[in-house]
Design a protein. Structure first.
Length: 408
Protein backbone atom coordinates (compact mmCIF):
# COMPACT_ATOMS: atom_id res chain seq x y z
CA UNK A 1 0.00 0.00 0.00
CA UNK A 2 1.40 3.39 -1.01
CA UNK A 3 0.03 6.73 0.12
CA UNK A 4 2.58 8.75 -1.81
CA UNK A 5 3.70 7.81 -5.32
CA UNK A 6 6.53 9.34 -7.33
CA UNK A 7 7.19 12.06 -4.76
CA UNK A 8 10.13 14.40 -5.13
CA UNK A 9 10.24 16.41 -1.91
CA UNK A 10 13.53 18.15 -1.19
CA UNK A 11 13.97 16.79 2.32
CA UNK A 12 17.68 17.50 2.54
CA UNK A 13 17.18 21.03 1.27
CA UNK A 14 14.89 21.67 4.25
CA UNK A 15 16.97 19.95 6.89
CA UNK A 16 18.20 23.03 8.78
CA UNK A 17 14.94 23.92 10.62
CA UNK A 18 14.86 20.35 11.99
CA UNK A 19 18.56 20.34 12.85
CA UNK A 20 18.16 23.66 14.68
CA UNK A 21 15.08 22.33 16.51
CA UNK A 22 17.09 19.26 17.58
CA UNK A 23 19.94 21.43 18.82
CA UNK A 24 17.53 23.61 20.82
CA UNK A 25 15.81 20.58 22.38
CA UNK A 26 19.13 18.91 23.14
CA UNK A 27 20.62 22.01 24.79
CA UNK A 28 17.41 22.68 26.76
CA UNK A 29 17.29 19.08 27.96
CA UNK A 30 20.97 18.98 28.93
CA UNK A 31 20.70 22.31 30.78
CA UNK A 32 17.61 21.05 32.63
CA UNK A 33 19.41 17.84 33.58
CA UNK A 34 22.43 19.84 34.79
CA UNK A 35 20.31 22.23 36.84
CA UNK A 36 18.28 19.43 38.43
CA UNK A 37 21.32 17.25 39.05
CA UNK A 38 20.34 14.54 36.57
CA UNK A 39 17.11 12.76 35.66
CA UNK A 40 14.29 12.43 38.13
CA UNK A 41 14.38 8.73 38.98
CA UNK A 42 11.41 6.83 40.30
CA UNK A 43 11.57 4.52 43.29
CA UNK A 44 12.69 1.71 40.96
CA UNK A 45 16.09 3.42 40.76
CA UNK A 46 16.22 5.61 43.88
CA UNK A 47 14.64 3.31 46.43
CA UNK A 48 11.63 4.21 48.53
CA UNK A 49 7.91 3.56 48.74
CA UNK A 50 5.07 4.37 46.36
CA UNK A 51 1.43 4.14 47.36
CA UNK A 52 -1.51 4.54 44.99
CA UNK A 53 -4.46 5.86 47.00
CA UNK A 54 -8.00 6.30 45.68
CA UNK A 55 -10.23 8.66 47.70
CA UNK A 56 -14.00 8.93 47.78
CA UNK A 57 -13.70 12.71 47.59
CA UNK A 58 -10.72 14.45 46.04
CA UNK A 59 -8.52 15.57 48.95
CA UNK A 60 -6.26 18.63 48.99
CA UNK A 61 -2.73 17.51 48.17
CA UNK A 62 -1.24 19.89 50.72
CA UNK A 63 -3.24 18.24 53.51
CA UNK A 64 -1.71 14.89 52.60
CA UNK A 65 1.81 16.36 52.46
CA UNK A 66 1.41 18.08 55.83
CA UNK A 67 0.14 14.91 57.50
CA UNK A 68 2.93 12.73 56.11
CA UNK A 69 5.74 15.21 56.85
CA UNK A 70 4.89 15.09 60.56
CA UNK A 71 5.25 11.32 60.61
CA UNK A 72 7.70 10.27 57.88
CA UNK A 73 11.20 11.62 57.28
CA UNK A 74 12.67 12.11 53.81
CA UNK A 75 11.36 13.69 50.64
CA UNK A 76 7.61 13.20 50.13
CA UNK A 77 5.86 13.74 46.82
CA UNK A 78 2.09 13.84 46.33
CA UNK A 79 0.92 13.68 42.74
CA UNK A 80 -2.75 14.15 41.88
CA UNK A 81 -4.08 12.19 38.91
CA UNK A 82 -6.17 14.36 36.60
CA UNK A 83 -9.91 13.71 36.28
CA UNK A 84 -10.02 11.32 39.22
CA UNK A 85 -9.79 11.08 43.00
CA UNK A 86 -6.56 9.09 42.72
CA UNK A 87 -3.35 10.28 44.36
CA UNK A 88 0.18 8.87 44.07
CA UNK A 89 2.22 9.24 47.26
CA UNK A 90 5.94 8.50 47.11
CA UNK A 91 8.70 8.90 49.63
CA UNK A 92 12.42 8.28 49.36
CA UNK A 93 13.69 6.15 52.22
CA UNK A 94 17.46 5.70 52.39
CA UNK A 95 17.41 3.27 55.31
CA UNK A 96 16.70 -0.38 54.46
CA UNK A 97 15.10 -0.91 57.87
CA UNK A 98 12.84 2.09 57.35
CA UNK A 99 11.26 0.43 54.35
CA UNK A 100 9.82 -2.28 56.57
CA UNK A 101 7.63 0.18 58.46
CA UNK A 102 7.06 2.96 55.94
CA UNK A 103 3.88 1.42 54.48
CA UNK A 104 2.29 1.05 57.91
CA UNK A 105 3.33 4.59 58.82
CA UNK A 106 1.83 6.00 55.63
CA UNK A 107 -1.40 4.06 56.16
CA UNK A 108 -1.77 5.03 59.82
CA UNK A 109 -1.03 8.68 59.01
CA UNK A 110 -3.65 8.80 56.26
CA UNK A 111 -6.12 7.02 58.52
CA UNK A 112 -5.63 9.56 61.30
CA UNK A 113 -5.98 12.47 58.86
CA UNK A 114 -9.02 11.29 56.89
CA UNK A 115 -10.77 8.80 59.22
CA UNK A 116 -10.55 10.52 62.61
CA UNK A 117 -13.88 9.16 63.91
CA UNK A 118 -13.38 5.46 63.28
CA UNK A 119 -14.19 4.53 66.87
CA UNK A 120 -11.71 1.65 66.82
CA UNK A 121 -13.56 -0.10 64.00
CA UNK A 122 -11.98 -1.74 60.96
CA UNK A 123 -11.91 0.22 57.71
CA UNK A 124 -13.76 -1.96 55.19
CA UNK A 125 -11.93 -0.17 52.36
CA UNK A 126 -8.42 -1.03 53.54
CA UNK A 127 -8.84 -4.27 55.51
CA UNK A 128 -7.48 -7.56 54.19
CA UNK A 129 -9.27 -10.91 53.98
CA UNK A 130 -7.70 -12.55 57.03
CA UNK A 131 -8.14 -9.48 59.23
CA UNK A 132 -11.81 -9.16 58.22
CA UNK A 133 -12.48 -12.82 58.92
CA UNK A 134 -10.82 -12.60 62.36
CA UNK A 135 -12.81 -9.48 63.22
CA UNK A 136 -16.14 -11.10 62.35
CA UNK A 137 -15.57 -14.56 63.87
CA UNK A 138 -16.46 -13.93 67.52
CA UNK A 139 -19.06 -11.25 66.75
CA UNK A 140 -20.97 -13.58 64.41
CA UNK A 141 -20.89 -16.37 67.02
CA UNK A 142 -22.29 -14.01 69.66
CA UNK A 143 -25.04 -12.92 67.25
CA UNK A 144 -26.09 -16.50 66.63
CA UNK A 145 -24.72 -16.57 63.07
CA UNK A 146 -21.52 -18.48 63.69
CA UNK A 147 -19.63 -19.82 60.67
CA UNK A 148 -16.89 -22.37 60.18
CA UNK A 149 -13.40 -21.13 59.28
CA UNK A 150 -13.89 -22.06 55.61
CA UNK A 151 -17.27 -20.35 55.46
CA UNK A 152 -15.85 -17.28 57.19
CA UNK A 153 -12.90 -17.02 54.80
CA UNK A 154 -15.25 -17.43 51.85
CA UNK A 155 -17.56 -14.70 53.20
CA UNK A 156 -14.63 -12.30 53.66
CA UNK A 157 -13.42 -13.10 50.15
CA UNK A 158 -16.88 -12.42 48.68
CA UNK A 159 -17.09 -9.05 50.47
CA UNK A 160 -13.63 -7.91 49.32
CA UNK A 161 -14.26 -9.12 45.77
CA UNK A 162 -17.41 -7.01 45.71
CA UNK A 163 -15.43 -4.05 47.10
CA UNK A 164 -12.63 -4.30 44.56
CA UNK A 165 -14.85 -4.84 41.51
CA UNK A 166 -15.63 -1.78 39.33
CA UNK A 167 -17.38 0.59 39.56
CA UNK A 168 -16.49 0.53 43.28
CA UNK A 169 -12.79 -0.20 42.62
CA UNK A 170 -11.94 -0.57 46.29
CA UNK A 171 -14.36 1.99 47.74
CA UNK A 172 -17.58 1.08 49.55
CA UNK A 173 -19.42 4.27 50.38
CA UNK A 174 -22.23 2.72 52.45
CA UNK A 175 -22.18 -0.63 54.25
CA UNK A 176 -25.77 -1.27 53.20
CA UNK A 177 -24.38 -1.98 49.73
CA UNK A 178 -23.07 -5.30 51.10
CA UNK A 179 -26.61 -6.68 51.41
CA UNK A 180 -26.30 -7.79 47.76
CA UNK A 181 -23.22 -9.91 48.47
CA UNK A 182 -23.90 -13.69 48.64
CA UNK A 183 -23.83 -14.88 52.23
CA UNK A 184 -24.44 -11.45 53.78
CA UNK A 185 -27.68 -11.93 55.66
CA UNK A 186 -29.35 -9.33 57.86
CA UNK A 187 -27.55 -10.66 60.94
CA UNK A 188 -24.20 -10.71 59.16
CA UNK A 189 -24.72 -7.16 57.87
CA UNK A 190 -25.54 -5.93 61.39
CA UNK A 191 -22.31 -7.51 62.69
CA UNK A 192 -20.32 -5.91 59.87
CA UNK A 193 -21.80 -2.51 60.81
CA UNK A 194 -20.80 -3.08 64.42
CA UNK A 195 -17.20 -4.00 63.60
CA UNK A 196 -16.46 -2.02 60.41
CA UNK A 197 -16.92 1.40 58.82
CA UNK A 198 -16.47 2.72 55.25
CA UNK A 199 -13.26 4.78 55.19
CA UNK A 200 -12.49 7.70 52.90
CA UNK A 201 -9.79 6.01 50.85
CA UNK A 202 -8.56 2.72 49.41
CA UNK A 203 -4.94 1.64 49.04
CA UNK A 204 -4.23 0.38 45.54
CA UNK A 205 -0.77 -0.77 44.53
CA UNK A 206 2.14 -0.39 46.93
CA UNK A 207 5.72 -0.57 45.68
CA UNK A 208 8.71 -0.74 48.01
CA UNK A 209 12.29 -0.85 46.70
CA UNK A 210 15.48 -0.72 48.78
CA UNK A 211 18.06 1.96 47.89
CA UNK A 212 20.78 -0.61 47.12
CA UNK A 213 18.51 -2.53 44.75
CA UNK A 214 17.46 0.76 43.15
CA UNK A 215 21.10 1.75 42.51
CA UNK A 216 21.82 -1.67 40.97
CA UNK A 217 18.78 -1.42 38.72
CA UNK A 218 19.81 2.08 37.61
CA UNK A 219 23.29 0.91 36.62
CA UNK A 220 21.91 -2.13 34.83
CA UNK A 221 19.46 0.06 32.89
CA UNK A 222 22.29 2.36 31.73
CA UNK A 223 24.39 -0.67 30.72
CA UNK A 224 21.52 -2.19 28.76
CA UNK A 225 20.95 0.98 26.71
CA UNK A 226 24.68 1.39 25.96
CA UNK A 227 25.06 -2.27 25.00
CA UNK A 228 22.06 -2.01 22.68
CA UNK A 229 23.58 1.01 20.92
CA UNK A 230 26.99 -0.68 20.61
CA UNK A 231 25.48 -3.90 19.25
CA UNK A 232 23.51 -1.99 16.63
CA UNK A 233 26.63 -0.06 15.59
CA UNK A 234 28.49 -3.35 15.03
CA UNK A 235 25.57 -4.87 13.12
CA UNK A 236 25.10 -1.94 10.74
CA UNK A 237 28.84 -1.54 10.19
CA UNK A 238 28.97 -5.23 9.23
CA UNK A 239 25.75 -5.16 7.19
CA UNK A 240 26.47 -1.89 5.37
CA UNK A 241 29.59 0.24 5.91
CA UNK A 242 31.01 1.82 9.03
CA UNK A 243 29.75 5.31 8.06
CA UNK A 244 26.18 3.97 7.94
CA UNK A 245 26.57 2.51 11.42
CA UNK A 246 28.00 5.73 12.86
CA UNK A 247 25.23 7.83 11.30
CA UNK A 248 22.48 5.52 12.58
CA UNK A 249 23.86 5.31 16.13
CA UNK A 250 24.35 9.09 16.36
CA UNK A 251 20.72 9.56 15.27
CA UNK A 252 19.46 7.04 17.85
CA UNK A 253 21.64 8.58 20.56
CA UNK A 254 20.13 11.95 19.55
CA UNK A 255 16.62 10.49 20.00
CA UNK A 256 17.46 9.09 23.43
CA UNK A 257 19.06 12.30 24.72
CA UNK A 258 16.14 14.47 23.60
CA UNK A 259 13.58 12.07 25.12
CA UNK A 260 15.40 12.03 28.48
CA UNK A 261 15.77 15.82 28.29
CA UNK A 262 12.02 16.22 27.78
CA UNK A 263 11.40 14.00 30.81
CA UNK A 264 13.54 16.44 32.79
CA UNK A 265 11.84 19.52 31.31
CA UNK A 266 8.37 18.15 32.13
CA UNK A 267 9.55 16.91 35.56
CA UNK A 268 8.58 13.30 34.84
CA UNK A 269 10.08 10.31 36.61
CA UNK A 270 12.20 7.70 34.88
CA UNK A 271 11.50 4.16 36.03
CA UNK A 272 11.77 0.65 34.62
CA UNK A 273 8.79 1.09 32.29
CA UNK A 274 10.42 4.20 30.80
CA UNK A 275 13.66 2.26 30.21
CA UNK A 276 11.59 -0.38 28.42
CA UNK A 277 10.09 2.38 26.26
CA UNK A 278 13.55 3.81 25.50
CA UNK A 279 14.82 0.40 24.40
CA UNK A 280 11.72 0.02 22.24
CA UNK A 281 12.42 3.39 20.65
CA UNK A 282 16.07 2.51 20.04
CA UNK A 283 14.98 -0.50 18.04
CA UNK A 284 12.12 1.34 16.33
CA UNK A 285 14.22 4.34 15.27
CA UNK A 286 17.09 2.11 14.16
CA UNK A 287 14.74 0.00 12.04
CA UNK A 288 13.30 3.12 10.40
CA UNK A 289 16.81 4.36 9.61
CA UNK A 290 17.94 1.00 8.25
CA UNK A 291 15.03 0.90 5.79
CA UNK A 292 16.15 4.23 4.31
CA UNK A 293 19.82 3.21 4.29
CA UNK A 294 18.99 -0.08 2.57
CA UNK A 295 17.20 1.79 -0.21
CA UNK A 296 20.23 4.08 -0.58
CA UNK A 297 22.48 1.05 -0.95
CA UNK A 298 20.17 -0.50 -3.56
CA UNK A 299 20.12 2.72 -5.58
CA UNK A 300 23.92 2.90 -5.45
CA UNK A 301 24.16 -0.67 -6.76
CA UNK A 302 21.76 0.24 -9.59
CA UNK A 303 24.13 3.12 -10.39
CA UNK A 304 21.37 5.67 -10.08
CA UNK A 305 22.28 8.97 -11.68
CA UNK A 306 23.08 12.03 -9.62
CA UNK A 307 25.26 12.97 -6.69
CA UNK A 308 25.21 11.03 -3.43
CA UNK A 309 22.98 13.73 -1.87
CA UNK A 310 20.47 13.37 -4.70
CA UNK A 311 20.46 9.58 -4.33
CA UNK A 312 19.83 9.90 -0.58
CA UNK A 313 16.98 12.36 -1.17
CA UNK A 314 15.42 10.07 -3.79
CA UNK A 315 15.70 7.10 -1.43
CA UNK A 316 13.89 9.00 1.34
CA UNK A 317 11.07 9.80 -1.11
CA UNK A 318 10.85 6.15 -2.17
CA UNK A 319 10.43 4.97 1.44
CA UNK A 320 8.12 7.85 2.45
CA UNK A 321 4.88 5.83 2.25
CA UNK A 322 6.30 3.08 4.42
CA UNK A 323 7.57 5.62 6.97
CA UNK A 324 4.24 7.46 7.19
CA UNK A 325 2.19 4.26 7.51
CA UNK A 326 4.42 2.64 10.13
CA UNK A 327 5.03 5.75 12.20
CA UNK A 328 1.45 6.98 11.88
CA UNK A 329 -0.15 3.76 13.09
CA UNK A 330 2.38 3.34 15.89
CA UNK A 331 1.83 6.94 16.96
CA UNK A 332 -1.96 6.42 17.14
CA UNK A 333 -1.41 3.45 19.47
CA UNK A 334 1.05 5.39 21.64
CA UNK A 335 -1.18 8.47 21.93
CA UNK A 336 -4.12 6.24 22.91
CA UNK A 337 -2.01 4.73 25.68
CA UNK A 338 -1.00 8.20 26.83
CA UNK A 339 -4.57 9.52 26.91
CA UNK A 340 -6.36 6.47 28.30
CA UNK A 341 -3.68 4.23 29.82
CA UNK A 342 -3.83 5.75 33.28
CA UNK A 343 -1.10 6.91 35.60
CA UNK A 344 0.78 3.60 35.67
CA UNK A 345 1.51 3.78 31.92
CA UNK A 346 1.94 7.56 31.76
CA UNK A 347 5.75 7.60 31.67
CA UNK A 348 5.94 4.65 29.28
CA UNK A 349 3.41 6.13 26.84
CA UNK A 350 4.93 9.63 27.06
CA UNK A 351 8.31 8.21 26.06
CA UNK A 352 6.70 6.37 23.15
CA UNK A 353 4.82 9.43 21.87
CA UNK A 354 7.89 11.69 22.07
CA UNK A 355 10.24 9.02 20.75
CA UNK A 356 8.13 8.16 17.71
CA UNK A 357 7.94 11.80 16.65
CA UNK A 358 11.66 12.41 17.17
CA UNK A 359 12.74 9.04 15.80
CA UNK A 360 10.76 9.50 12.59
CA UNK A 361 12.17 12.89 11.69
CA UNK A 362 15.69 12.00 12.88
CA UNK A 363 15.94 9.14 10.38
CA UNK A 364 15.28 11.68 7.62
CA UNK A 365 16.73 14.97 8.81
CA UNK A 366 19.49 13.80 11.18
CA UNK A 367 20.79 10.38 10.11
CA UNK A 368 20.76 11.14 6.37
CA UNK A 369 22.68 14.47 6.58
CA UNK A 370 25.24 12.81 8.89
CA UNK A 371 25.62 9.97 6.39
CA UNK A 372 26.19 12.47 3.55
CA UNK A 373 28.76 14.36 5.65
CA UNK A 374 30.68 11.16 6.49
CA UNK A 375 30.45 9.94 2.88
CA UNK A 376 31.81 13.23 1.50
CA UNK A 377 34.59 13.26 4.11
CA UNK A 378 35.57 9.70 3.19
CA UNK A 379 35.52 10.57 -0.52
CA UNK A 380 37.73 13.60 0.09
CA UNK A 381 40.24 11.43 1.96
CA UNK A 382 40.24 8.88 -0.86
CA UNK A 383 40.79 11.61 -3.48
CA UNK A 384 43.68 13.05 -1.49
CA UNK A 385 45.17 9.58 -1.09
CA UNK A 386 44.88 8.95 -4.83
CA UNK A 387 46.45 12.30 -5.69
CA UNK A 388 49.33 11.62 -3.30
CA UNK A 389 49.84 8.18 -4.84
CA UNK A 390 49.82 9.63 -8.37
CA UNK A 391 52.30 12.30 -7.34
CA UNK A 392 54.63 9.67 -5.86
CA UNK A 393 54.47 7.56 -9.04
CA UNK A 394 55.21 10.66 -11.15
CA UNK A 395 58.25 11.46 -9.03
CA UNK A 396 59.45 7.87 -9.28
CA UNK A 397 59.21 7.88 -13.09
CA UNK A 398 60.83 11.27 -13.66
CA UNK A 399 63.67 10.97 -11.14
CA UNK A 400 65.74 8.37 -13.15
CA UNK A 401 65.58 10.62 -16.21
CA UNK A 402 67.66 13.26 -14.46
CA UNK A 403 71.32 13.36 -15.59
CA UNK A 404 70.72 11.55 -18.89
CA UNK A 405 72.43 13.44 -21.72
CA UNK A 406 71.11 13.52 -25.23
CA UNK A 407 73.64 12.37 -27.88
CA UNK A 408 74.77 14.99 -30.47
Amino acid sequence: MEIFKQTNFDFLGNKWPFIIASLVLTVAGVVSLAVKGGPKYGIDFNGGALMDVNFIHRPPAEKIRAALRNKISGEIEVQEVSNSQEVLISTSVRDEKGLQVVRNDMLSTLDAAFNPNSGGKLDINTVGQSALADALRDALAQAGAGLSDDQLQNLAKQILTYRDTPPRSGLIRNLDELSTVPGVTTKVLNVIKQRCFPGQFHIGRVEIVGPKIGADLRQQAINVVLIALAAMLVYIAFRFEWIYGVAAVIAVFHDTIITIGLFSLFNKQIDLTVIAALLTLVGYSMNDTIVTFDRIRENLKLQMRGSFSQIVNASINQTLSRTVLTSGLTFLTAISLYLFGGQVLNGFSFALVVGIIIGTYSSIFIASPILIFLHDAAENRRRKARSVAVEKRTRTVTSPMKGIKTAK
